[in-house]
Ligand binder design. Sequence first.
Ligand SMILES: [Zn+2]
Length: 127
Amino acid sequence: MEYTNAVLDHFRNPRNVGELEGANAIGKVGSPSCGDKMEMYLKIEDGIIKDAKFMTFGCAAAISSSSVATELLKGLTIEEALQLTNQRVVEELGGLPEAKIHCSVMVEEAVKAALEDYEERKKQGKA
Ligand SMILES: [Zn+2]
């Protein structure tokens, strides 16, 4: 299976790239098999994700999955974001080659890691 047009579009013109100033939820994960690395930045206010950005070093599947995820995340509650699965991301991309599914799993892990980071900051009164 080739990459879909949606994958190529998000790979060539990724949305929401960069470090997010004032982020209070940061998740950093890696996928050793592709050498992909991803950082997810979220700004959460009143339980809602107000802004999302990412920095991903990796293959086209990793970058397009990250890009789509940041678009899907904006406006979600924390509970909704916890339910964002890699299948949803893949669906939004119109599919990924079987060998590249793990790159979208990495994005789901980055979101969960960011939300854990947020909970930790909140406990420490730093969120
Ligand atoms: Zn990859």
